[in-house]
Design a protein around this ligand. Structure first.
Ligand code: ZN
Length: 179
């Protein structure tokens, strides 16, 4: 368990990342996704080797099998769309042989941006589980809520804040050393 600063000491200092949430209480829905989120955190750590922001994502099939995984590769390959979610969704679509990912779950360490939320809707994922909130760019409840917009034809279940403290600490540690 990494030690993280208290919310009161960090509020307002890191505008790109949400303040640390209150300590997580037992929650059966969230608890179910803690282990996959731990794996996404490990995946996110791979991004820092190329100076990319540590965000990691997995696409899990209906039976929990890993269909796709990815971390941010924007710097690594010079691609503005190289977000962890897009990488994982592409890999999963290749694995199942079609664009529809119905029945699947995306697990990602940071709240998806508008681009990734769009990709999630287009791929018909059933569920999105995320860790840290992103008040500056999040499109899953923070800045926008693309995933639960009634005007769109697909609305996945959204489970926010799984291991949010660890996901936030990982991002903070990166920005502390790289910015
Ligand atoms: Zn994104």
């Amino acid at each position: 368990m990494q030690s993280v600063p208290s919310p009161s000491s960090t509020l307002g200092e890191r505008p790109r990342i949400a303040p640390l949430p209150a300590p997580e209480r037992p929650d059966p829905v969230r608890d179910r996704w803690r282990e996959p989120m731990r794996r996404a955190i490990d995946e996110a750590a791979l991004a820092t080797a190329t100076g990319d922001v540590p965000v990691g994502a997995f696409v899990l099939g209906p039976d929990g099998s890993v269909l796709g995984r990815g971390h941010n590769v924007r710097e690594a390959v010079g691609d503005p769309t190289g977000h962890a979610e897009v990488v994982a969704i592409r890999q999963a679509a290749n694995a199942v042989g079609e664009w529809r990912l119905s029945g699947c779950t995306l697990v990602v360490t940071l709240e998806p941006c508008t681009m990734c939320a769009g990709a999630i809707v287009l791929s018909r994922l059933d569920r999105v589980v995320y860790g840290a909130l992103d008040p500056k760019a999040g499109a899953a409840g923070s800045l926008f809520d693309v995933l639960r917009d009634n005007r769109l034809n697909h609305r996945p279940e959204v489970i926010p804040g799984v291991l949010a403290d660890e996901c936030t600490a990982q991002l903070r540690a990166f920005f502390d050393t790289h910015r």
